[in-house]
Design a protein around this ligand. Structure first.
Ligand code: SAM
Length: 444
């Protein structure tokens, strides 16, 4: 019988995409992928290290796995914790058999082979090979209707708080010809929505122009958006955008192409220039607001979401007030708020973290309250409106309901049966909930 591998994924959409890629390679090398720890011969934890809690989760999970499955289960750690901690993982969790860095995804079959042959501690923190394929088999995708296409990996920004440049290496963009070909393949397979993903999608800079010929744009990313839109795929979303590299032509490309969806995720992290400078974001509050103006003045109503960090070292009450003001001004459809988490190896880890935990929590709650007020108003404004929704799955709340996303990336639930799954339908919104909308099917 073929050895069975179970991959458990934590963290961002890049980790989801890496899991899909790892599963594709494993199956091609004769492994079976299974859906639970109980059936597995090998368990791989695809880990996240962006905040301390996420990293702790990985170690907790290793302990749980050993308790659940004592005996000869092989346990591997992949992803960001693996890349950052390397050998140290073996010291901290002696039951781990494999440590697989973020650029070793395509070598996983050989690494597991070595562990199965009796090698006690298998470690690979190496770089990607030059001709490695980014291909993902449709059976390994996390959804049969929505697909992630990585267009850039790594990060060159070195924001002072962020571990990503250390865990994921330098930015590397995929040729547009490959991205467009993947979009076309997905379209032929019936996928209705793709997400172009990367830590900073709009910093996209491929080494070759293949696939961008004939498409104009102020930056390579704007050209890529137009090239992907030209495939005619019904819904195209992209995340995450980096403020400094957010060219207004991105909004123009959206305005020109109805299949570029009406949603922009533009993390700002703070509303205070002093803190933005300490964070080394490379943009000021006014630069950010200029970009937001273009988004808000678009001829299409574009949903806007962001990330914010509270309690960064040195953040005063006045800095925090500026963050509150910015959030009021931006009227975000959704805001992901994080309490600053010290990441060792980053420049900010050396700063004096003088904001007490209680103050971080108080700021978190206050910001959440201000944001919620704006969000509620926005969500209520959808009541009575018709939205185009991709029916993705049965709702987790009710067997009689389906759940999907609108083009503005709101979760929309509505009464409907399984035959609608995978279809784009019209839903009349009848109620606004905290983080979702509820409605009635009015057209297919
Ligand atoms: N590349 C994007 C950017 O910086 O704009 C997003 C990268 S990160 C994976 C996702 C979010 O996690 C960030 O936008 C930030 O708000 C949050 N984050 C990153 N490092 C953090 C830290 N040390 N403490 C708290 N939140 C953090």
């Amino acid at each position: 019988m073929k050895p069975r591998v179970y991959i458990e994924t934590f963290g961002c959409q890049m980790n989801v995409a890496d899991t899909e890629r790892a599963a594709t390679g494993l199956r091609a090398s004769g492994y079976d992928l299974c859906t639970s720890v109980d059936e597995a011969d090998v368990v791989l934890l695809n880990t996240c290290s962006v905040r301390e809690k996420a990293e702790q989760k990985a170690y907790t999970r290793i302990g749980e796995l050993r308790a659940e499955r004592p005996g000869n289960l092989l346990v591997g750690v992949m992803g960001c914790v693996a890349q950052l901690e390397g050998e140290a993982i073996f010291a901290q969790a002696s039951s781990v058999n494999l440590v697989i860095g973020t650029r070793a995804t395509d070598r996983i079959p050989e690494l597991i082979e070595r562990a199965r042959d009796g090698e006690k501690r298998v470690l690979d923190l190496g770089e990607r090979g030059d001709n490695e394929s980014w291909d993902v088999s449709p059976v390994e995708r996390h959804s049969p209707h929505v697909a992630f296409i990585p267009i850039i990996e790594g990060c060159n920004k070195f924001c002072s708080f962020c571990i990503v440049p250390y865990s994921r290496g330098r930015e590397r963009s995929r040729p547009a010809s490959e991205i467009v070909a993947e979009a076309r393949r997905l379209q032929a397979l019936g996928y209705k929505e793709i997400h172009l993903i990367g830590q900073n999608v709009n910093s996209y800079r491929p080494r070759v122009q293949d696939g961008l010929e004939g498409f104009s744009g102020a930056t390579p990313f704007c050209r890529l958006l137009r090239a992907v839109a030209a495939t005619g795929l019904p819904r195209i979303k992209f995340t995450t955008s980096f403020p400094r590299d957010f060219h207004p032509d991105i909004v123009t490309a959206i305005e020109e192409n109805p299949n570029l969806c009406d949603w922009v995720h533009l993390p700002v992290q703070s509303g205070s220039d002093r803190i933005l400078k300490l964070m080394r974001r490379g943009h000021k509050r006014s630069d950010y607001l200029e970009r937001i103006q273009r988004i808000k003045n678009s001829s299409r109503r574009l949903a806007l979401t962001s990330d914010m960090i509270v309690g960064f070292p040195g953040e005063t009450d006045e800095d925090f007030q500026q963050t509150l003001e910015l959030v009021k001004e931006c009227d975000y459809d959704s805001l992901y708020i994080f309490k600053y988490s010290k990441r060792s190896g980053t420049p900010a880890a050396e700063f004096h973290d003088n904001v007490p935990e209680t103050e971080k929590t108080a700021r978190f709650l206050e910001l959440e309250k201000v944001h919620r007020t704006a969000q509620e108003k926005i969500y209520r404004s959808y009541v009575g409106r018709k939205l185009s929704v991709l029916a993705e799955r049965q709702s987790s709340r009710s067997e009689e309901d389906l759940s999907g996303h609108s083009t503005c990336h709101k979760v929309v639930n509505f009464r409907g049966d399984g035959t609608l799954e995978g279809e784009i339908v019209d839903v009349l919104v009848t109620a606004a909930k905290t983080n979702s909308l509820y409605g009635t099917l009015v057209g297919r």
